[in-house]
Structure formats: structure tokens, C-alpha cells
Ligand binder design. Structure first.
Ligand SMILES: [Zn+2]
Length: 118
């Protein structure tokens, strides 16, 4: 996976993790309604909801009511993006690991049976 794509995907996953962290304890749907300001209940516009950049452009405040938006949001988004970026950099160019199965042991080596007969 290209590194830039991994970064964008990581930021998007971080944004979703913020939704999960906010809504799950409140027993709210993770899908509907769209993101809203908890201060004024105004729907957040798509361009204000861009991970990290939206928070930076708004300087951590709601566009409508100017309520403060926690810095936890861009921190989670950026840290998830960094983790995805570093994983993509490490795995770039290396072959995919072979799948291992814990329930299918490898066949005994040919010499194993003869060594005990000696
Ligand atoms: Zn607001």
C-alpha cells in the first residue's frame, strides 16, 4: 500500500475511533446521525470534518457556536495516521508473510523417524 494512502486511511480510521469513543458509552448509533457539535447540535460540514485539518482550520472551535472542540480528536486522528504510515513504510517492498496455522503442524522431517531407530 502506498504510504500516502496509508496515512489518509489511518487518519480516517482515527476519526472513526473518535466516533466510537464518543458514542459507544452513550449507547448511540455509530452511523446515524452524522457528526454534530455537542454544544449547539449543528451538523458538522464535510469540509470541517476532515481529520486533523478540520480541527486546525477551525482552531479547535465550532464554526457556529465557537464552543471548544477537544484536542483529543486531532491527537487520535494524527497518532493513528502515524501508526499506519510507519507500518506502510516498514512493510513496503517486503513480501507478505506466509500464513501460519497453529492447528496444522508441519510434517516431520525425513530424518526424524530414522534418528530414533538408531
Ligand atoms: Zn457548536
Amino acid at each position: 500500500m502506498p504510504v500516502a494512502l496509508a496515512t489518509i486511511l489511518g487518519a480516517a480510521i482515527g476519526s472513526f475511533l473518535n466516533v466510537v469513543a464518543y458514542r459507544l458509552p452513550r449507547h448511540e448509533s455509530l452511523i446515524h446521525p452524522p457528526s454534530r457539535c455537542p454544544g449547539c447540535d449543528t451538523a458538522i460540514r464535510p469540509y470541517d470534518n476532515i481529520p486533523v485539518l478540520g480541527w486546525l482550520l477551525l482552531r479547535g472551535h465550532c464554526r457556529q457556536c465557537h464552543a471548544a472542540i477537544s484536542s483529543r480528536y486531532p491527537i487520535v486522528e494524527a497518532s493513528t495516521a502515524v501508526r499506519h504510515t510507519s507500518t506502510a513504510r516498514v512493510s513496503r517492498g517486503s513480501p507478505a508473510p506466509k500464513a501460519r496455522s497453529w492447528y496444522a503442524p508441519t510434517a516431520p522431517s525425513p530424518g526424524a523417524a530414522t534418528s530414533s531407530a538408531m
